[in-house]
Design a protein around this ligand. Structure first.
Ligand SMILES: Cc1ncc(COP(=O)(O)O)c(C=O)c1O
Length: 414
């Protein structure tokens, strides 16, 4: 940052501090990761200077000979990697990708079904506070109270009664496998589009650690910055016949010029995800999540569904007389960064919920394995036991910093 340090020391200093933070804490927010130095180089490149509204070889601005090549490669890699007929790599992020699906396939006030936020769904799947709950008629499905798993039969009954035009599946805090084929059957029964939002699990769908949403879903959406380890962005994959509708919804329906620096970085991340090492990484993410879950159970924590099939675990802190926020704040003081989260059927509010959500993607990128997850669970147990003792939390913080030093964070300056 030789230029920035000189021209804007305040921002440079904050970036450096954030960099140090990312290297010295255990980053366990399941939607976060470390993008590779190559992805970061593409994101920080001169491509940010270029306007290119439209799509490759059909632009509204001149000077696209290299930009077109970049987007062509991103599209080729996206369709090949996911086995999709059509891709759009321009959505600015996951929420705009989902918004484009609504805009492309529905009319305002059409009927939509999505998973409830408190069951683990995402805001854009029909929550009242989101555009999706405001501009569409939404009914939400949830979990079976006795198992904590998606209640497919209740979802089917709701679909039959409500007759939605579109069903969203996918989640932000669901630790188990989603049965896309079951949702396909439900969508077929009522003639609805099926959209699979695999933002959290896209890497696992590629590595075979989670069933693939294709060919079941009509449309697949994903962020590119979580398990996929790319830049902050979004992507839509769909059947060829829906491609024109989706493309028109993204541009000109919703967005202006694509973020070409992000498109290039998405291409780089997809190139990385096509290598065998990426599959190994995803397998390890799941092994680590299982080891973390076991470690937490050994520490006396209660976990939603009792464990995990994917990259995340959800602690029910209320079972130990704690609040999710209280535990998340104490963890942060100890150098373990997670997020407070609702648990299924949570009597508490989203601002001050009962659970804490933890994931393994970022720690796995740093090279940690199952043995380290047992140690991390030990740190978390110590924090929960000594929550009100700042000196004890500071001691854990020092241990965490020492522990982190053995696992360098890619692309992060120390
Ligand atoms: C399932 C799911 N969909 C969509 C999004 C939205 O992505 P973004 O925050 O990039 O808009 C998220 C973000 O966490 C998510 O978990």
């Amino acid at each position: 940052m030789s230029y920035l340090r000189h021209s804007d020391p305040a921002i440079a200093a904050l970036i450096e501090q954030e960099s140090r933070r990312q290297a010295t804490v255990l980053r366990m927010i399941p939607s976060e990761n470390y993008a590779s130095p190559s992805v970061m180089e593409a994101t920080g490149s001169c491509l940010t200077n270029k306007y290119s509204e439209g799509y490759p070889h059909r632009r509204y601005y001149q000077g696209q000979e290299f930009i077109d090549g970049i987007e062509d490669i991103a599209l080729e890699r996206a369709t090949a990697l996911f086995g999709a007929e059509h891709a759009n790599v321009q959505p600015y992020s996951g929420s705009p990708a989902n918004m484009a699906v609504y805009l492309g396939l529905l009319k305002p006030h059409d009927r939509v079904m999505g998973m409830d936020l408190s069951a683990g769904g995402h805001l854009t799947h029909g929550a009242k506070v989101s555009f999706s709950g405001k501009f569409y008629e939404v009914r939400q499905y949830g979990l079976n109270p006795s198992t904590g798993l998606v209640d497919y039969e209740a979802a089917r009954a709701l679909a039959r009664e409500f007759q939605p035009r579109l069903i969203f599946t996918g989640a932000s805090s669901y630790p188990r496998t989603i049965d896309f084929s079951m949702f396909r059957q439900i969508a077929d029964e009522v003639g609805a589009y099926l959209v699979a939002d695999i933002s959290h699990i896209s890497g696992l769908c590629l590595s075979g650690d989670h069933p693939h949403p294709l060919p079941h879903a009509d449309v697949v959406t994903t962020t590119t910055h979580k398990l996929l380890r790319g830049p902050r962005g979004g992507m839509i994959l769909c059947r060829a016949e829906l491609g024109a509708k989706i493309d028109k919804a993204v541009f000109p329906g919703l967005q202006g010029g694509p973020h070409n620096h992000v498109t290039a970085a998405i291409a780089v991340a997809l190139g990385e995800a096509a290598r065998p090492e990426f599959n190994e990484y995803c397998h390890q993410v799941v092994k680590n999540a299982r080891a973390l879950a076991q470690g937490l159970l050994d520490q006396g924590f209660k976990l939603v569904t009792g464990g995990t099939d994917n990259h995340l675990v959800l602690i029910d802190a209320a079972a130990q007389g704690l609040t999710g926020k209280g535990l998340a704040q104490a963890l942060e003081q100890a150098g373990i960064v997670a997020n407070a989260n609702k648990v299924p059927f949570d009597p508490r509010t989203a601002d001050d919920p009962s659970g804490v959500r933890l994931g393994t993607p970022a720690l796995t990128t740093r090279g940690m394995g199952q043995a380290q997850m047992a140690q991390v669970a030990g740190f978390i147990g110590q924090v929960a036991r000594e929550l009100d003792d700042p000196a004890a939390l500071a001691r854990v913080r020092a241990q965490v910093a020492e522990f982190c030093a053995a696992f360098p964070a890619p692309g992060v300056m120390v």
